[in-house]
Design a protein around this ligand. Sequence first.
Ligand code: SAM
Length: 319
Amino acid sequence: MGKQKSTSASLSLFGDSSPELTAPTPKRRNRKAIGLPPGLPLDKYEKDEEGRLREIVGAWVRDKHAILQNYVGIASAVRNKWVARGPAGTTYIDLFSGPGRVRIKDTDDVLFGSPLLAWTYSQQRSAAFTNIYVADAHPSLVEDCRVRLEAEAAPVEFETGRAVDTVDRIIGRLNKYSYHFAFLDPFSLGALSFGVIQKLAKLQHIDILIHVSVQDLNRNLRKYINKEGASLDIFAPGWRDSVDINRSDQHVRAKIFEYWGNLLKTIGLPVAEATELISGEKNQPLYWLAFAARNKLAHAFWDKIRRVQPDVQKQLISG
Ligand SMILES: C[S@@+](CC[C@H](N)C(=O)[O-])C[C@H]1O[C@@H](n2cnc3c(N)ncnc32)[C@H](O)[C@@H]1O
């Protein structure tokens, strides 16, 4: 993994100020001074020494990226076979790309973001993706991601906008005979529209790694239940007819996830039974990484690279 140390620029709000102005200096970050574009939260983004954006993330990002990297690695031989077979090639699709760099909060550890990781690791394994498609709702993030991928000589194409819109534009450019791998990594359930997965599932050869925000589900379950047509209905349309909302929160959450898994099966894309739970520093559940594919070998790969044992995982999901 391309790990770099940042030389975290110290940004003085006052410049070379007189002694009476310097003490005590409040440690507040200032959007203008940092040059952070509107729409990006001050506590989640910063600029690096080259003036490009990077996301500030929790240490758990290492788990998420390790799983992504493992899957890119284990599928190398299949990608090479595909490329040897004909011109269709192999694609990596990242509809929630971010800027391509992250820094772990309260540390100087700077890591690749998901598209950079997928691309560089596929190269390292001598099974480089032949096409990389990235998109993000925020134009500055996708722009910095594109620049970084191009600097690594990636065959990148990009789109800006919400995944529900970019998915059509990107699918329109794909070679339908390619072997596709998509990573869907939104912050919230509402951004993970089932329609996006449904459209990707129409591609014959596709494996999808999906971030499902447990934190969002835990924090907002009752709010979402009370708001018809909002996040949960976008994530798992029709769930209201199948889940008894009068049961405990834990039960309702498990049933919604089960319903979502079954919904994926109906579009021909089974979700692997064992799903990785990524937890935060205080062991609080943050999200599941779910794996969906129709190919048996892909599921066998997933079984090899995921780390939680199926029995433990069942407990985590059903409470
Ligand atoms: C968790 S971050 C992605 C991190 C990146 N995958 C990585 O591992 O480096 C989620 C990204 O989704 C973007 N986003 C939020 N809502 C979106 C939507 N509806 N469609 C597309 N992108 C969205 C955000 O701007 C943010 O960059």
